[in-house]
Every structure is written in structure tokens, then in C-alpha cells.
Design a binder for this molecule. Sequence first.
Ligand SMILES: Nc1ncnc2c1ncn2[C@@H]1O[C@H](COP(=O)(O)OP(=O)(O)OP(=O)(O)O)[C@@H](O)[C@H]1O
Ligand SMILES: [Mg+2]
Length: 252
Amino acid sequence: MSSIISVKGLCKTYIIKEYSNNVLQNVEFELEEGEFVSIMGPSGSGKSTLLYTVSGMDKMTAGTVIFGGKDLSAMSGRELTELRLLEMGFIFQQMYMMKKLCVMDNIILPAYQAGHNRAEVNAKAEALMRRLGIIDIAERDINEVSGGQLQRACLCRALINDPKVIFADEPTGALNSSAAEDVMNELCTANRNGTSILMVTHSPKVAARSDRVIYLVDGNIRGELVLGRLGDGEETASRERRLNSWLMDRGW
Ligand SMILES: Nc1ncnc2c1ncn2[C@@H]1O[C@H](COP(=O)(O)OP(=O)(O)OP(=O)(O)O)[C@@H](O)[C@H]1O
Ligand SMILES: [Mg+2]
């Protein structure tokens, strides 16, 4: 296997007034092509910051991130924007939806920007919205939908350009269990079709579907659990128990 993302010596320091906060300290890991990795850890441990820096949304203080063979820190702002548009999908807590557009238009915008065939894009967006149960609100203004609907719209948008990697920050955070199940099924389908996933979650049930779990504490990787590939139709209960006891050992 080869890595789609390779992270070496990643540090991120926030400076507020004279106080500096070393939020990520020498973080190193690989995301293999086609792999699904979860990041877990206490609140404030640096999980969201890790997703932001690894995806080039935010600048790192030190270290290197190689994405598909390209060194992010050597890329211009314009190159990064294009890389994000064509090769990355995002489901973040702050979701950067366009306020003046409806749900459907927000979802198709990245595909139009990438110059894809509009009829195909529209059909694909509709199919995604249908599978995620938000087709009824397609024409709704983005300000007039619930947090959970917005989260699912965000997943549709993340998938519209068939990205190489999806970065997801608590993609089921605002959802009831059946909507969470829909979101996870969609993410797992994308993963089976070759999309790599780096996902932050507080839910062992959700993380139990990934191949590997990385545990972050105070900006350091404190361990990883290899769960292996989830088989077709395999129940997650025993994986979840394994993960829960592993997390308990780490004081989670
Ligand atoms: N823009 C920022 N400026 C200054 N400090 C920040 C900023 N963003 C995050 N931090 C700080 O960095 C640390 C890590 O934050 P981060 O959001 O990465 O945590 P997290 O693990 O995602 O937590 P949660 O599980 O609550 O989402 C926290 O101490 C936070 O206060
Ligand atoms: Mg967070």
C-alpha cells in the first residue's frame, strides 16, 4: 500500500497575547490509499486542529504534510485551493456553506467550479440527497435548515467531486441514530469505492466502522488500535467492545 497522506513532525502553536499554546506536538502518521482512519481523544486535545492543518485549511507551525506526493507547505494559495476543490472533501463543524444559496446549489457548486457536466452533476446531487433523506429541502435556503440537515448537505457536497480523501469532523455529531447510520453508510460506500477517510469522532460506535483508530491527548498521538477492514454485512458490536475497552485503558 502507498500513503495518500504522510504527516511528519507536525506542530501547531496558537499564540494568544504572549501565551503560546502548543496544540499539536510532533504528530506523525500515514493515511494509506483507501484507508478509513478515526481520530479520537478528549475535548481540546487537538483533533479539529489536526484535520485543519493536514488538509491545508490552516497553516502548520512546523513539519511536513505530503498529500498524494505533493508537499502542502510548498504549494501556493491558488494551488491549495485547486487541490482542495478537486481532491478533498470536507465535513467540518464550521461548514462554510454559501449563505445566499439553497441546499442543492451549495452541493453542486464545487462540481460546477470544477467544470463537470451540469446535467450529470445535478442527477448525482439529487441521488445523494435522496439517499441521505434531504431531497425535500433541496430548494430551501441554507439558513432555513436544521443542524442535522446541514450536516448531511455537507456530506453531499463533500462527495460531489469524488474526492481522493474526505476529512470529516464529527460528521454524525448533530444527528439522531438513524440519520447517523445513513451518513456512516454513505461514508463507508465512498470508502469502499476508493475514497480515503480521516474522521474525528467522539462515538465509539461510529469509529468501530473504521480500519484504524488514532488516540490523541494534548496534541500527541498516544496510541493506535488497528481494527482491520469491516467485512460486508459484518456486525460492529464486537469491534465496538474492543474499541471501548482499549479507550478505557487510555482513560477515555
Ligand atoms: N483558532 C484558534 N486560536 C487559538 N486557540 C485555538 C484555536 N482553535 C483551537 N484552539 C485551541 O487549541 C486546542 C485544541 O482545539 P481543537 O479544536 O483542535 O480540539 P478538539 O480536540 O477538536 O476538541 P473538541 O473535541 O472539543 O472538538 C484547544 O485548547 C483550543 O482552545
Ligand atoms: Mg473539534
